[in-house]
Design a protein around this ligand. Structure first.
Ligand code: GLC
Length: 462
């Protein structure tokens, strides 16, 4: 049986490892979070001034797509509709969209074309929650902006949930039909009994698979359905964590590793904020990416356009630095996965086929231990410069106490007992070729030679 198209895409997505997302909409003008309507209990009328002003500058999508590529992202996701219900696309089902506001443009189309032009995969976020739709209940919902509004109960009494579900399905069908290939759909979010079949989730996923057989779908049509055994029919393809990297890679209830993605923000906000200037550094992002990949996960980094759609300078600087690191070290990330060896003390491992990537994150005193790898690795080199590293033993093995007899060591230069500053303090990646077990003998010989040279290099020259 041939693999369904979306499962082939899922493997490619797991190779892509790094994506960028944008939260962009009317709330970008409020500049205090995409939950502003809920947090401040704003009515649609209170929120209207943002609708009347939202008109991103032409070229916004191209600028972001370029930045995503330069930053090393392989896929990029845009909020087609967030919880406020405002649509960035042309929908026959509502006038509450960028087509009817002052922009008078289909921003999703601009986005998808720009992302494709940069050779990246295009994804769309779509909110299951909708605070604008009259059929979406308000009065009993802890989060709805109108939850305490005196007219909310009467409004809800007139509401018809099946009409909302038809609207939701209709809009997803529009997104799946009008823009060519969509690489991923990111739904947000299920809560209480607003989950699974309440959204008509099985049928919705069936429609998506029919219209976009290659598209992968996240797991928020239910409450962590991808984990459950047996897996519900609307489980989707991968699980997401939010503002958190788990201690270990995610597993389903049968203990099998799941495709997963850590999703977090470059500041602490999902959408443009005037006050949040707590930017994560390029080093933090690089290390978080390595952390995710070392546990078999992806990283989706969210960045915030201002209301004009411009790229904040700090976002540009950070992504460019991350992209620069990836240009030299991407081999250890793209197509790489969790290694067969546990996390070493000084950093992390990733692995691709027979290459083991040592991500050295902490300076080490003396030579660097490769636990349990004696007889298993061949030569190694610093990935960024291709400079060979010295695979070595202690200068007096047998006298020196090893942590474990199966350990072997390396260093960046000779003498190998010296301590050298890391070539890249953010993360120095060393690529080691893994040898066959049968080669162990020969390798030991080579290390013996290296040890002899090492000892020799310490002798005073007479
Ligand atoms: C959080 C935010 C929400 C955002 C989502 C992305 O739940 O509150 O606005 O869209 O994260 O996963």
């Amino acid at each position: 049986m041939t693999k369904p198209a979306h499962l082939a895409s899922l493997s490619q997505w797991q190779d892509d490892r790094f994506g960028m997302s944008l939260h962009f909409g009317l709330y970008s003008l409020a500049a205090r979070g995409e939950w502003v309507r809920s947090a401040e209990q704003l009515s649609v009328e209170d929120y209207q001034s943002y609708y009347d002003a939202f008109a991103p500058e032409p070229g916004w999508a191209a600028a972001w797509a370029r930045l995503a590529r330069q930053g090393g992202a392989r896929y990029a996701v845009l909020t087609a509709k967030h919880h406020d219900g405002f649509c960035l696309f042309d929908s026959a089902l509502t006038r509450y969209s960028s087509m009817h506001g002052p922009a008078r443009r289909d921003l999703v189309r601009e986005w998808i074309e720009a992302v494709r032009a940069e050779g990246l995969k295009a994804g769309l976020y779509y909110s299951l929650v909708d605070w604008h739709h009259p059929d979406y209940p308000a009065s009993r919902d802890r989060q709805h902006p109108l939850r305490h509004h005196p007219e909310a109960p009467a409004r809800d009494a007139a509401g018809d949930w099946t009409r909302y579900v038809a609207y939701l399905h209709g809009q997803v069908e529009e997104l799946c039909s009008h823009y060519g290939r969509i690489d991923s759909l990111v739904f947000d979010f299920s809560y209480w009994d607003f989950a699974g079949e309440k959204w008509g989730a099985t049928e919705l996923l069936r429609k998506i698979r029919a219209l976009q057989p290659h598209c992968i779908v996240n797991d928020r049509l239910g409450n962590e359905p991808r984990k459950k055994i047996p897996r519900p029919s609307f489980a989707g393809d991968y699980e997401q964590t939010e503002q958190n990297i788990p201690q270990q890679g995610l597993r389903d209830d049968a203990g099998l590793p799941m495709p997963w993605e850590g999703w977090f923000t470059l500041t602490n906000s999902w959408s443009f904020s005037t006050t949040d200037q707590l930017w994560k550094s390029p080093t933090t992002i690089i290390r978080a990416l390595v952390n995710c990949v070392s546990k078999g996960g992806n990283l989706l980094l969210n960045v915030c356009p201002d209301a004009r759609g411009r790229v904040p300078d700090q976002a540009e600087r950070t992504l460019n630095e991350v992209g620069g690191w990836l240009r030299l070290n991407g081999d250890s990330i793209y197509g790489a996965a969790a290694a067969a060896w546990p996390k070493p003390e000084w950093g992390r491992f990733t692995q691709k086929d027979r290459t083991l990537f040592a991500h050295v994150l902490e300076p080490v005193i003396g030579n660097i231990t490769l636990p349990e790898l004696r007889g298993r690795i061949r030569r190694g080199h610093v990935l960024a410069t291709q400079a060979e590293v010295v695979v070595c033993d202690f200068w007096n093995p047998g006298v020196q106490t090893f942590d474990g007899p199966e350990d072997i060591f390396f260093n960046f230069a000779r003498p190998t007992a010296w301590t050298y500053p890391l070539p890249d303090a953010r993360d120095t990646v060393v690529a080691f070729e893994l040898g066959e077990e049968s080669e162990a003998q020969a390798l030991c010989q080579r290390w013996d030679d290296a040890r002899a040279q090492d000892i020799h290099s310490r002798l005073p020259i007479s």
